[in-house]
Design a protein around this ligand. Structure first.
Ligand SMILES: NC(=O)C1=CN([C@@H]2O[C@H](COP(=O)(O)OP(=O)(O)OC[C@H]3O[C@@H](n4cnc5c(N)ncnc54)[C@H](OP(=O)(O)O)[C@@H]3O)[C@@H](O)[C@H]2O)C=CC1
Ligand SMILES: O=C(O)C(=O)[C@@H](O)[C@H](O)C(=O)CO
Length: 279
């Protein structure tokens, strides 16, 4: 599995990111605390939240209750579109950090580029400052196109180390992943199971899963690992979360990887970074 050691990858800034994580969108309130706490106890180390998920305090409580050393966890949060801008970014981060009850955040992402606002470069400069201050270990983006990434690089001299994008067998992002590989950017996959939809019943996946004696969800997650992308599946169910973590022994053959990539059909909803407004 490309560039992976001990189920983690080195990022271009020298930090390390776990090879799989837990998506937390929709894990709220007490049930969310219990789900995330159990996930940590079961071995999840990367937790993916965002200002806009309204659950940063839920993540904080789960981390406290888990008993796992904070330095063994990798916690990501994201800057919302309505807070783009130099000062706004610094203030928004501080709110996130306070709610997360953390000395530092492992990975801070610009959630969406919101190009109509044209402020993501200002936000990026503030994120560079946050990293220099040590309150953020790694900085990245989400839902950025190659052109937007180029712009960050040319205007600030620093490329993100991660771009978290929609990625699953229906939308495999081959071109963007090639751009990432050229520029030392690690790809993270959001909605890695295509929000379940009908993906997990696809004939090609059912066949491959039967051959390996695993579930179709596990096949999809093994495909992400084979691509060198970091999937962050969300599940509210403890057994499914354990299933999603138990994928490192699945070695897909190249023809299986190709058959899964051939399911390509496009985005599962209208989240085009050029036009989507996520405030
Ligand atoms: N940066 C961005 O713009 C975005 C980031 N994200 C991030 O990505 C994470 C994951 O994406 P999400 O949209 O939730 O989609 P996923 O692809 O992770 O799919 C989640 C769905 O799949 C089901 N599921 C999970 N595991 C299994 C399994 N083993 N077998 C069968 N069904 C399963 C879940 O149901 P159940 O809970 O009942 O198990 C849920 O309905 C989010 O939580 C968030 O952190 C998501 C969207 C955009
Ligand atoms: O989950 C996320 O990170 C998002 O950006 C979502 O708000 C996403 O835009 C969505 O779920 C829209 O239906």
């Amino acid at each position: 599995m490309e560039g992976m050691t001990a189920h983690a990858y080195a990022l271009a800034d020298g930090n390390t990111i776990p090879a799989i994580g837990l998506g937390t969108y929709g894990l709220n309130d007490q049930t969310g605390v219990e789900a995330i706490e159990t996930a940590i106890r079961d071995g999840y180390r990367l937790l993916d939240t965002a200002y806009n998920y309204g659950n940063e305090e839920v993540v904080a409580e789960a981390v406290r209750r888990s008993g796992v050393d904070r330095s063994d966890l990798f916690i990501t949060t994201k800057l919302p579109g309505r807070h783009h801008g130099a000062e706004e970014t610094l203030a928004s981060f501080e709110q996130s950090r306070t709610r997360l009850d953390l000395e530092w955040v492992d990975l801070y992402l610009i959630h969406w580029p919101n190009p109509s606002r044209d402020k993501y470069v200002d936000s990026w400069r503030s994120m560079i400052k946050l990293r220099e201050r040590g309150v953020v270990r790694s900085i990245g983006v989400s839902n950025f196109t190659a052109e937007m990434l180029e712009r960050l690089g040319s205007e600030t001299g620093l490329m993100p180390v991660v771009n978290q994008v929609e990625l699953h067998p229906y939308f495999s992002q081959a071109e963007l992943r090639a751009f990432h590989a050229e520029h030392g950017i690690r790809t993270e996959s959001w909605s890695p199971l295509a929000k379940r939809t009908e993906l997990l019943a696809e004939h090609a996946l059912v066949e491959i899963a039967a051959r390996h004696g695993v579930t179709t969800a596990q096949v999809v997650l093994a495909w992400h690992l084979a691509l060198g992308a970091v999937p962050i599946p969300k599940s509210a169910d403890a057994a499914r979360r354990r299933e999603n973590l138990d994928v490192f022994g699945i070695e897909l053959a190249q023809d299986e990887i190709d058959a899964i990539s051939a399911l390509e059909r496009g985005r599962i909803w209208g989240g085009d970074p050029e036009s989507h407004e996520e405030l």
